[in-house]
Design a protein around this ligand. Structure first.
Ligand code: NAP
Length: 272
């Protein structure tokens, strides 16, 4: 059970922790903001996939670590005390690397995991697939497809002729000239999504089970307009890594994991 935010505020002001946030998500930016506001020393790590990353509180570093060994060396060299994995649910490699590197170095790791959309009210209407190959095969039966799978996954769909592909940065490889690229960063309202689906005569939407409430509008618009949703299932999260649902809970975890020194000089017990 996470501590209340008032307890976090009281304790967070008394000790500085060096925290690595594996980010690239809105939740990662929100956690950085909360931890910096509590006085922690925060480094957010980004893969470097996006050319115009949003502003992040605290320090940032960009680029891969060089696998498990590289990440473990970074944790040691930088004397990181806590790691929070706030990467996207489909960023499976970095999450697996974080679990292994933290185990090797003996540093506590927490994961922020958004609930899956498998429990969404509309979930039983969607076509659930295990991978991009299956998504592309299913999408081939539809006349016009909206892809919101990220630019790195577009190569799986190159045989589809009539595609609108939405992403933040342009793809780093050619796509068919019949495709329409929309270089946009969300969130999008339901009115935006309804207009996009209607104006481009979309009949199927391919997306990932990100569970992000801020990207949910397209699913509701698709239901209204009878657009088929083809959705990629998540891989299981790394085993043995504790998880919370929100940046607020993760901030409370950082505060409660540390043997704190109170203003009276007495140590508080470590919790968590
Ligand atoms: P991935 O397949 O899990 O990771 C591939 C490699 O990229 C990792 O092994 C690591 O390289 C490097 N990497 C990934 N995330 C990193 C981070 N936060 N900091 C430093 N290095 C990182 O990841 P991905 O799916 O390409 O996603 C990359 C980033 O984009 C993640 O940070 C994720 O949160 C964000 N993102 C992903 C998606 C998605 O759908 N996959 C959507 C939105 C945002 P080394 O092995 O060299 O350390």
């Amino acid at each position: 059970m996470p501590l209340s935010l008032s307890v976090l505020a009281e304790w967070g002001s008394m000790a500085v922790m060096k925290v690595l946030i594996l980010g690239g998500t809105r939740a990662g930016r929100e956690l950085a903001r909360l931890l910096v506001a509590s006085g922690h020393d925060v480094v957010s790590s980004l893969a470097g996939r996006v050319t115009r990353p949003a502003d992040i509180a605290g320090r940032t570093r960009v680029g891969g670590f060089g696998g498990v060994d590289g990440l473990a060396a970074y944790l040691r060299d930088e004397a990181i005390e806590r790691v929070v994995d706030v990467t996207h649910p489909f960023a499976e490699q970095i999450s697996a690397n974080a679990a292994e590197a933290c185990r090797l170095v003996g540093i506590p790791l927490l994961r922020i995991e958004r609930p899956s959309w498998a429990q969404h009210l509309l979930a039983s209407n969607w076509v659930w697939v295990d991978d991009h190959a299956a998504a592309a095969r299913t999408a081939a039966a539809f006349s016009r497809v909206l892809l919101t799978v990220g630019r790195q996954s577009l190569r799986h769909y190159l045989e589809l002729p009539h595609v609108v592909a939405r992403m933040v940065d342009p793809p780093d490889h050619p796509v068919p000239s019949s495709w329409q690229l929309r270089l946009e960063r969300g969130p999008f309202t339901i009115d935006d999504e309804r207009a996009l689906l209607r104006d481009t005569a979309i009949t199927a939407l391919v997306t990932k089970d990100s569970g992000d409430p801020l990207t949910e509008a397209k699913l509701c618009a698709a239901a209204e307009l009878d657009v088929t949703v083809i959705i990629l299932r998540r891989a299981p999260a790394p085993e043995g890594v504790p998880a919370v649902g929100t940046p607020q809970e993760a901030a409370a975890w950082v505060a409660t994991q540390h043997p704190q020194i109170t203003t009276s000089g007495k140590a508080k017990p470590t919790q968590g």
